[in-house]
Ligand binder design. Structure first.
Ligand code: FES
Length: 256
């Protein structure tokens, strides 16, 4: 197999005036992931290359970066699937760079926390002294299940054109998680959760570009979550009832 030309964007904000691309030649093997190529370059060519990873199996969400121009997980992207003999690795957009391919996800997790990503209950006594489980039926679970697969890698937010222009916009990940918990029939905190999102920098800033859903490595559709959240706010009903209401809606007949 021919060697792989691996171009890495190098940038240390504490030292460098601007980012630069540095190319490394890496021996290629079948099934090699981009993360493995990066680690080869770091371990055998330049120990100072900054790259973040942990699980190596698309579970922890640490290795998000832009690969050949598209946000991807480095551990989940095989060199072969990219085609050609060269790979370009850059840090994710919409985040500050800590070093090279490592970005600062602080604001991302802050926005995630702001939507209260947990089931909120008002029965404090039951929670303090539980007498039974909080059950959810399979068909009710199916409405939110895909959103539970989010691994918080930040790829969706890096692809979002609205985040790029409005730093106060919560972003697709946080909004999809807001929907995930608000639509859960066991949750009682929807009104409070939605209050701050139904605002100038909230859900209405999403113009449904869909790039978040396009890049999600776990098959989550955050754009759908945002639209369902909008529907919930417009209908004024809990998401499961809003769904029923939308079925009753009839689009006006167009004149021909
Ligand atoms: Fe955990 Fe890639 S290293 S998702």
């Amino acid at each position: 197999m021919t060697d792989l030309r691996l171009a890495i964007q190098r940038f240390d904000p504490s030292r460098d005036p601007k980012p630069r691309m540095v190319e490394y030649t890496v021996p290629r093997r079948q099934g090699m992931t981009v993360l493995e190529a990066l680690l080869f370059a770091r371990d055998y060519m330049d120990h100072s290359i900054g790259v973040r990873f942990s699980c190596r199996q698309a579970s922890c969400g640490s290795c998000g970066m832009k690969i050949n121009g598209r946000p991807r997980l480095a551990c989940y992207t095989q060199v072969d699937e990219l085609g050609g003999d060269s790979v370009v690795a850059q840090p994710m957009d919409n985040y500050a760079i800590i070093k090279d391919l490592v970005t600062d996800l602080g604001s991302f997790f802050q926005k995630h926390a702001q939507v209260t990503p947990r089931l909120v209950r008002s029965d404090a006594r039951e929670q303090d002294n539980p007498t039974k489980e909080y059950l959810i039926k399979p068909d009710e679970l199916s409405k939110v299940l895909q959103f539970t697969y989010c691994i918080k890698c930040g790829l969706c937010t890096s692809a979002c054109p609205t985040v790029a222009t409005d730093s106060k916009f919560p972003g697709p990940q946080a909004l999809a998680q807001a929907y995930r918990y608000t639509a859960d029939v066991r949750d009682q905190g929807g009104a409070e959760r939605i209050e701050s999102l139904d605002s100038e920098h909230g859900i209405w800033r999403c113009h449904f570009a869909g790039s978040c859903s396009y890049v999600c490595p776990k098959g989550v559709d955050p754009a759908l979550g945002v639209q369902l959240l909008k529907r919930h706010v417009m209908s004024g009903k809990p998401p499961h009832l809003a769904e029923e209401a939308s079925k009753e809606y009839r689009a006006p007949q167009t004149q021909t």
